[in-house]
Design a protein around this ligand. Structure first.
Ligand SMILES: [Zn+2]
Length: 400
């Protein structure tokens, strides 16, 4: 048993007294950050003992003070992590008003009741979608966050039983597609729509000719937001389908580690600007985040392989384990001279990730996971299904 969390967001209209409260919360967070930086503190307990008395000047409920300290601790911890990784982060400072709390609130009859003063509650009406999600009795609301951009989000959790798995699906994330599969089945989701949206947005932004950074900033923010929403819609459809398929086939999901892949596309690496821009818009972390949280919610195990585990996954033949060569870079086809056949680079990678995950973690005597090794008998020929990610929602609607 473990606890899985999710959150849901809606827009709402905030009154002046709430906006004042958000501002007070922001100030408290900034006070705590200042105290934390002065004393070089990143633990919640220590920050609490240092700053609690200094927050006495704010006339708010005690648990909002605790939540402000906890929020500041999170910011300070992130800063420490960035410094450890060798980055020079900016001075942390909360600019926008916000309020978050895990204490004192209630959800009654489709409204969020949050205390402002002792015995005095402020009510925020929840919309039908949020009400429908929270109506599930197994869910427990954990906290709420109100932001100054007129949104309220509620975080909820449930207890999940981890499922057993008899199979592992390897996920190979590529710019133009997402290949998910094992040695028996591979589904390739065509994500060229995502690349297209990114490129269109870039060309729109480049066409803004007004030499005024304020105008450019507003326009780019508008089109950037639009493109992000459209891309996220596709990613959500794909991640949902991937998790559903894994659930159906009682499979775990394995990821390779490509966190530092953007280092390959830095300025001065000899690549064209357009190419680098395209590679920097590739949402490989977002699709992983979505699949991970959706899998966690359904109790599907996920396996994170290290970069060392998956070295050369798209260069080794899944059948004979020998190195295979890519003849033409554009077609992404690989030729294995040992097995004398052509293979798709992305499908090979997905198969190899699945096998590597099985090899390192599962009892492979069960015979469900194949190994990539010399002399593997029997031809490994997966069934390959190609799906257009942009039409996934459409297909579902037609099925209904
Ligand atoms: Zn081979």
């Amino acid at each position: 048993m473990f606890i899985a969390t999710k959150s849901v967001t809606q827009s709402c209209v905030l009154s002046h007294e709430i906006l004042d409260l958000l501002e007070v919360f922001r100030k408290m967070v900034n006070d705590c950050i200042r105290i934390g930086l002065q004393n070089n503190v990143t633990s919640m307990k220590r920050l609490c003992s240092l700053s609690y008395k200094q927050l006495a000047k704010y006339n708010v409920l005690t648990y909002y003070k605790l939540c402000a300290i906890s929020h500041a601790t999170g910011i300070l911890l992130n800063r420490k992590k960035s410094i450890k990784r060798g980055r020079e982060p900016r001075m942390p400072y909360a600019r926008r008003g916000l309020l978050k709390s895990c204490y004192g609130f209630k959800i009654v009859n489709g409204t969020l009741k949050m205390p402002i003063k002792p015995g005095y509650y402020y009510h925020i009406a929840l919309n039908a979608y949020v009400r429908q999600i929270l109506s599930d009795p197994t869910l427990r609301p954990r906290s709420f966050t109100i932001a100054a951009n007129n949104t309220v989000s509620i975080c909820y959790s449930k207890e999940v039983e981890k499922r057993d798995y008899t199979n592992i699906k390897g996920i190979d994330r590529n710019l133009g597609n997402l290949s998910v599969g094992d040695t028996v089945n591979v589904i390739q989701y065509d994500m060229s729509g995502v690349v297209q949206i990114g490129e269109n947005t870039r060309s729109i932004m480049r066409s803004v000719k007004r030499n005024d950074h304020r105008v450019r900033k507003t326009l780019c923010a508008k089109y950037g937001k639009r493109s992000k929403n459209r891309i996220n819609a596709i990613l959500h459809r794909v991640s949902k389908t991937v998790v559903k398929e894994a659930e159906k086939q009682r499979a775990a999901i394995a990821f390779e580690d490509i966190r530092y892949i953007r280092r390959l596309y830095q300025r001065g690496n000899g690549q064209a600007r357009g190419y680098r821009a395209k590679m920097h818009m590739w949402p490989f972390a977002e699709i992983k985040r979505q699949i991970e949280y959706k899998a966690e919610w359904d109790g599907i195990p996920t396996i994170q392989l290290t970069a060392r585990d998956t070295r050369g996954t798209s260069k080794l033949c899944p059948q004979c384990g020998k190195k295979i060569t890519q003849v033409d870079r554009k077609t992404r086809q690989l030729w294995c001279s040992h097995c004398t056949r052509w293979m798709d680079r992305d499908i090979v990678a997905a198969m190899n990730i699945s096998m590597k995950a099985g090899w390192s973690r599962v009892d492979h005597s069960k015979g469900v996971v194949y190994e990539a090794m010399k002399g593997n008998s029997g031809r490994v020929d997966p069934i390959i299904l190609r799906v257009d990610a942009a039409k996934l929602g459409l297909r579902r609607r037609l099925e209904i």
